[in-house]
Design a protein around this ligand. Structure first.
Ligand SMILES: NC(=O)c1ccc[n+]([C@@H]2O[C@H](COP(=O)([O-])OP(=O)(O)OC[C@H]3O[C@@H](n4cnc5c(N)ncnc54)[C@H](O)[C@@H]3O)[C@@H](O)[C@H]2O)c1
Length: 454
């Protein structure tokens, strides 16, 4: 723990401003992660600048229009009325900030390698405008070493180009603190999820920790930024590998005529040593399908292969194909074939109760069904339009879920088990249901339709 007496005047000043809540905090990237963070920092009493390159988001925030459901629709009204929140797409505003937190995307490149374009460009914007004595925190998920090897040099070089000779720990402070948002979850918020913080040096850690302690209930300080970066990836690798394991178990038990969900129900009664994971139609979202490959890439650089990650990726990515083959078999049992079959996909978001289609397995499933000649429509109460995406030419609008719509289809395929879908209606009117989430058994019980679990 750094004694205050050992800190530079710059560090003491910033610590004082954090403790008194007079520090101005800028959040860069106002998406699924940045917006809930804005709420936590604003609620803690800080003056917050919300900066995003997407001007439509800034306009919506000014007008109080909700563009995401997950942080709570009341947030948009609260922020648009608040004199302590300034949404902006002008980089120059960052000059006013004492603390700048980066919540920008970290996608994969074409060959599953890290694409740090957004991290690098946002760090460059910070470097052009930050004042001496600022704390910069990276929250984006990334491989161990990014904060020290990528972000810090950009900040130092940018400051240098402006004639500022900054020293880490003296008048520039840099930390990493991973976001652990789980969109759709209602029992935990940014405030109640414990926050990891790792500094590039001890003073940065002390300042980062003080900042988050003022906004969230529990802060865990890690010995370095690299440990915090690695911990976030471990959490997501753990999920990806366990989901792959249970997806593989689904295929194995299916061959044996055993229902995997019944097996899980039974195994989950063990009070220790077993954590429940549920199978599904494949991975989705911005994290689990992507983050493990950040670690795999870094491991390759360090001369190591990550066999679990590669295998989990392979199994999880094959799930949509398995679902489509089950649809094909189920139609065959009804003396129908895929070509020309009317298929209604239920739920296209990547998981239940969210309005996010990023990396959703629904895209691959719809494409494969279409390739085999099916006429596909979909219903999702949270996704009014499924646009064409980088790799998928979908372009469909959600259809209304009615008894007639269900009776008209040859097969309903459950991809996402949203609470807002009327599962009784589905069970009573669809002739055939291929269910990848066990949604019918869980939500409707015994039904008239023939249900095939996949
Ligand atoms: N979505 C999740 O559930 C989740 C959970 C934990 C961690 N993460 C991680 O958090 C990070 C952000 O993810 P997200 O889901 O919030 O992404 P998002 O796409 O919802 O939001 C990112 C925002 O950053 C903005 N942006 C891009 N470049 C910018 C720049 N140079 N300056 C300012 N703003 C810029 C985009 O316009 C967008 O509004 C990623 O690294 C992700 O892996 C996401």
């Amino acid at each position: 723990m750094t004694e205050r007496s050992a800190m530079t005047d710059s560090a003491k000043r910033l610590m004082g401003a954090i403790e008194s809540r007079s520090a101005v905090v800028a959040v860069m990237g106002l998406g699924y992660v940045g917006l809930p963070l804005v709420r936590a920092v604003h609620d803690a009493g800080f003056d917050v600048i919300g900066y995003d390159v997407d001007s439509s988001k800034i306009e919506d925030l000014r007008e109080g229009r909700a563009y995401l459901k997950h942080p709570g629709e009341d947030l948009f009204a609260i922020l648009s009325d608040s004199e302590y929140f300034t949404p902006t797409n002008e980089e120059e505003s960052l000059a006013r900030a004492d603390v700048i937190i980066l919540c920008v995307p970290t996608p994969l490149g074409e060959h599953d390698d890290p694409d740090l374009f957004y991290v690098e460009s946002s760090a460059r914007s910070v470097a052009q405008h930050m004042k001496p004595g600022a704390l910069v925190v990276l929250e984006s998920t990334t491989y161990p070493g990014t904060t020290r090897e990528v972000v810090l040099p950009i900040l130092l070089e940018g400051a240098n180009a402006r004639g500022m000779e900054l020293e880490l720990g003296d008048d520039l402070f840099v930390a990493y603190s991973p976001e652990r948002e789980d969109p759709g979850r209602t029992d935990k918020t940014t405030r109640t999820i414990p926050k990891l913080v790792g500094g590039l040096d001890e003073v940065s850690l002390a300042l980062g920790s003080a900042l988050y302690q003022s906004c969230v209930d529990e802060v865990h300080e890690t010995p370095s930024a690299e440990v915090a970066e690695a911990a976030k990836l471990l959490e997501n690798v753990y999920r990806a590998v366990n989901i792959a394991l249970i997806n593989e178990m689904k295929l194995v038990f299916d061959r044996m005529g055993i229902d995997v969900w019944e097996v899980i129900e039974a195994a989950a009664t063990k009070p220790f040593g077993f954590q429940r994971f549920d199978p599904g139609p494949g991975l989705g979202g911005h994290c689990i399908p992507i983050d493990p490959f950040y670690l795999a890439w870094r491991a390759r650089e360090a001369g190591h292969t990550t066999r679990f990650i590669e295998l989990a990726g392979e199994i999880n990515r094959r799930m949509p194909e398995y679902v489509v083959s089950r649809v094909s078999d189920a139609l065959n049992d009804d003396a129908k074939h895929m070509k020309g079959a009317k298929i209604l996909v239920l739920g296209v978001a990547y998981k239940r109760n969210v309005d996010d289609i990023r990396e959703s397995p629904a895209a691959e499933i719809i494409s494969l069904l279409r390739k085999r000649g099916a006429e596909v429509s979909y219903h999702d109460p949270h996704i009014a339009r499924f646009p064409s995406m980088r790799r998928y030419d979908i372009a469909l609008d959600s259809v209304e879920l009615t008894g007639e719509a269900l009776e008209r289809c040859d097969c309903a395929v459950v991809v996402t088990d949203h609470d807002a879908i009327d599962w009784h209606l589905v069970g009573e009117h669809a002739p055939l249901i291929v269910d990848t989430r066990d949604a019918i058994t869980k939500n409707a019980g015994a039904v008239r339709a023939r249900v095939v679990k996949a």
